[in-house]
Write a protein that binds this ligand. Structure first.
Ligand SMILES: NC(=O)c1ccc[n+]([C@@H]2O[C@H](COP(=O)([O-])OP(=O)(O)OC[C@H]3O[C@@H](n4cnc5c(N)ncnc54)[C@H](O)[C@@H]3O)[C@@H](O)[C@H]2O)c1
Length: 328
């Protein structure tokens, strides 16, 4: 067995999970990926052992904890397509609540006491404040956000009943790819703006559709808070370390506190890439709030975390490199 403390990473073959495995390895941990490859890639598991299997497999989870001496778990393994969740809510409750609950319960049974959960800004619904603090009302407007909020609720009660401490990280818009090009964002289908915009510019994807230009924002397009995946990964390393050291449970936003409109992202991409981004303006997409910007002061205070790579230039440069090379 390796001397490095092992962290079980459910969903470590996915976009954010694989980047976090790299950050864990760099920080001196052994990231052990548990993934069923429903949306992930075996080629993304580069920084530690791979256990192929499902969150619901209690025996496999407990064997893996025992085999590696797992000290804590990170839970990325979920479905996250908002549109699909509206058409098939049962699929989202089954995986994002049912399987997540089975996973947490298996970990508790195996004596794991530290757990970090990938939550989302979609738990807030249509916000009435900007930037959004964690105590803003949570009124999700789609089953995806509702399933994530439901599991936050389960974590609260599991923490009351057992020696189990958890952190829910509510991410805003994860973007960019590994600075060294080792892992990146390869969702199929891809619904996120920045990879689609890179593919449109490179000619490897369709022209971009801007969903609505009549929002109450300076140029009419929605404002989002883009956080580089390497900064997000670092927040997970700090979160699991803090819990293993006895830190208390809680909810934290992960964002930069600054927003950019879709048109600002297009302009930045054209400048960084020196290429035109072909696009057309279509109707609004159901359920898109005008603005989602994090108040990340709680995270900064508790973790000493700072975004280092979340400037638009680094986000776009790394995302475009990934889309150009696309090893998987
Ligand atoms: N990408 C974003 O901008 C964003 C924003 C907010 C929250 N999140 C959350 O972050 C997490 C990771 O997102 P991502 O973009 O890396 O997604 P992803 O689809 O790339 O990764 C998810 C991984 O989990 C695995 N998985 C899913 N269900 C599983 C199960 N039952 N058992 C085992 N493995 C399973 C998949 O195979 C995949 O490798 C998700 O929970 C998502 O909801 C993402």
């Amino acid at each position: 067995m390796s001397d490095a403390p092992a962290i079980l990473v459910a969903g470590g073959a996915g976009y954010i999970g694989s980047q976090t495995c790299k950050a864990l390895k760099t920080a001196g941990y052994l990231p052990v990926t548990l993934d069923n490859l429903s949306t992930g890639y075996e080629q993304a598991v580069k920084f530690g052992p791979f256990v192929r299997g499902d969150l619901r497999d209690r025996a496999l989870v407990q064997e893996t904890v025992a085999k590696y001496g797992v000290q804590g778990a990170l839970h990325f393994a979920a479905y996250s397509l908002v549109g699909e969740s509206v058409g098939n809510p049962a699929k989202y409750y089954d995986n994002n609540v049912g399987a997540a609950n089975a996973f947490a319960s298996a970990l508790i049974g195996a004596g794991v006491q530290a757990f970090v959960f990938s939550s989302t800004a979609a738990t807030y619904g249509v916000p009435t404040a900007s930037p959004i603090p964690e105590d803003h009302p949570t009124v999700p407007i789609n089953p995806y956000g509702a399933s994530k909020l439901a599991f936050e609720g389960a974590l609260r009660w599991l923490g009351e009943a057992h020696p189990f401490r958890w952190t829910a990280l509510r991410y805003f818009n994860a973007a960019g790819a590994d600075l060294d090009g080792e892992v990146g964002e390869s969702h199929e289908p891809e619904t996120h703006l920045i990879p689609n915009l890179c593919k449109a510019a490179l000619g490897t994807g369709a022209a971009l559709t801007v969903f609505g230009q009549d929002y109450p924002t300076p140029d009419g397009t929605p404002i989002r808070d883009y956080i580089h995946v390497a900064d997000l990964a670092e927040a997970h390393v700090l979160a699991i370390r803090r819990l293993i050291d006895g830190g208390e449970s809680g909810v934290f936003n992960v964002g930069t506190g600054e927003g950019a409109t879709v048109m600002q992202i297009i302009a930045a991409a054209e400048k960084v890439l020196g290429m035109k981004v072909p696009y057309s303006v279509g109707p609004r997409r159901a359920g898109d709030p005008p603005s989602l910007v994090a108040d990340a002061s709680r995270l900064k205070q508790a973790f000493g975390w700072r975004a280092k790579y979340s400037d638009l230039e680094t986000i776009i440069r790394t995302a475009a490199r990934w889309q150009r090379e696309r090893p998987y």
